[in-house]
Design a protein around this ligand. Structure first.
Ligand SMILES: [Zn+2]
Length: 349
């Protein structure tokens, strides 16, 4: 992304889109008093986050017994209720479905390729499904301190060990097929990218015609296989994003606030919620709603507008799709593919 002389001025920046992940599938209901278990409570949580200023909802679903739902019918029930309760929110289903532990020690497993492909058949259709690119370690414990895990199941050795060894299965065959199915269903993939190498793979998928839609993505700075929460990593990732990308910053625990504050100043977008972070000030829990409210306060201090649901849908380019490789490259802000025999650097069309 290129910054102009006036890019830091808030009147030239898009309104801030606050993405919230309030369901925390990795936690057990006993881990926090901010975990919604019943369907009614999950819907109410979405309403509260929307009223606080969040306009994109990262969706995971719990069964009535508190375990992460792996049933598509339960997802469909939740999406139906959400469409009624928060009609202006962008609904983004977490593509891991849920990695909530079935049993102690059996935690932290992503579901099979075939199961994840079924997300393309959700009804009603969500606006987005998240997709990881390339198989990768997802050791969330690397950045976690003892304090971070205090009072949660993650402090138990068996859970901690399972999360330490967690990895994301997202090989090339899965990615190509999943993108095909999501596009056929009119669902926008939301790319969850751990580093520049994964962003480069997205570019190659576009250059080869596997994906012909907008590039809407999170930089997921959670360490343990992904970039760590280092501002130099963040600036490099921003630098490598094409001009038409829609970039949201995501991190882990108390790294979320400082990185998001930088993101708000720079005209980018943010993600908050207990799936990423339980904490406000050191040692003090903070709910998802309070985290959303904090983003709104910081945006106001910086005179940055906060997006309405209509703004978020436009900024996220929901429903946009392009005709072929050349049109996609131009819309996303990548230079065109080299034509046979063409020499030198390519100029954007
Ligand atoms: Zn998630």
């Amino acid at each position: 992304m290129q910054f102009f002389d006036d890019s830091m001025l808030p009147e030239n920046q898009e309104p801030l889109v606050i993405q919230v992940a309030p369901f925390g599938p990795q936690f057990l209901p006993s881990d926090s008093d901010d975990i919604a278990v019943s369907m009614d409570a999950q819907i109410q949580k979405a309403v509260d986050c929307y009223n606080a200023g969040a306009t994109v909802l990262h969706v995971h679903v719990r069964e009535e017994d508190g375990k992460g739902s792996k049933r598509l019918s339960k997802f469909n029930e939740m999406l139906t209720r959400l469409r009624e309760a928060v009609p202006n929110m962008v609904l983004q289903v977490g593509g891991s479905i849920s990695f909530a532990p079935e049993d102690e020690g059996a935690a932290a497993k992503w579901l099979s390729d075939d199961t994840r492909h079924m997300l393309a058949e959700l009804s009603p259709r969500p606006d987005q499904v998240t997709i990881a690119i390339n198989t990768n370690q997802m050791n969330v414990t690397e950045l976690l301190t003892h304090d971070d895990c205090a009072g949660t199941s993650m402090a138990e050795p068996a859970y901690f060990q399972a999360y330490k060894e967690m990895w994301i299965p997202s090989g090339p065959t899965f990615v190509e097929e999943h993108l095909k199915r999501l596009q056929a269903s009119g669902i926008q993939p939301h790319f969850m990218l751990a580093d520049v190498g994964q962003l480069e793979t997205v570019e190659r998928l576009i250059r080869r015609g596997h994906y012909t839609g907008p590039v809407v993505l999170n930089w997921v700075a959670i360490g343990g296989g992904a970039d760590g929460p280092n501002p130099r990593n963040m600036m490099e990732f921003i630098n490598r994003c094409p001009q038409g990308a829609v970039l949201t910053i995501e991190s882990l625990m108390r790294h979320v606030l400082p990185l998001n504050t930088m993101a708000i100043a720079m005209g980018l977008h943010v993600r908050v919620g207990i799936e990423d972070n339980l904490w406000g000030k050191k040692g003090e829990r903070m709910t998802s709603v309070q985290q959303v409210e904090q983003m709104v306060r910081i945006a106001r201090e910086l005179h940055r507008d906060v997006a309405s649901g209509t703004d978020a849908r436009r900024i996220y380019k929901i429903g946009e799709h392009y005709n072929g490789i050349d049109e996609t490259l131009a819309a996303v802000g990548y230079e065109p593919n080299r034509k046979p025999g063409q020499r030198g650097f390519q100029l954007a069309a």
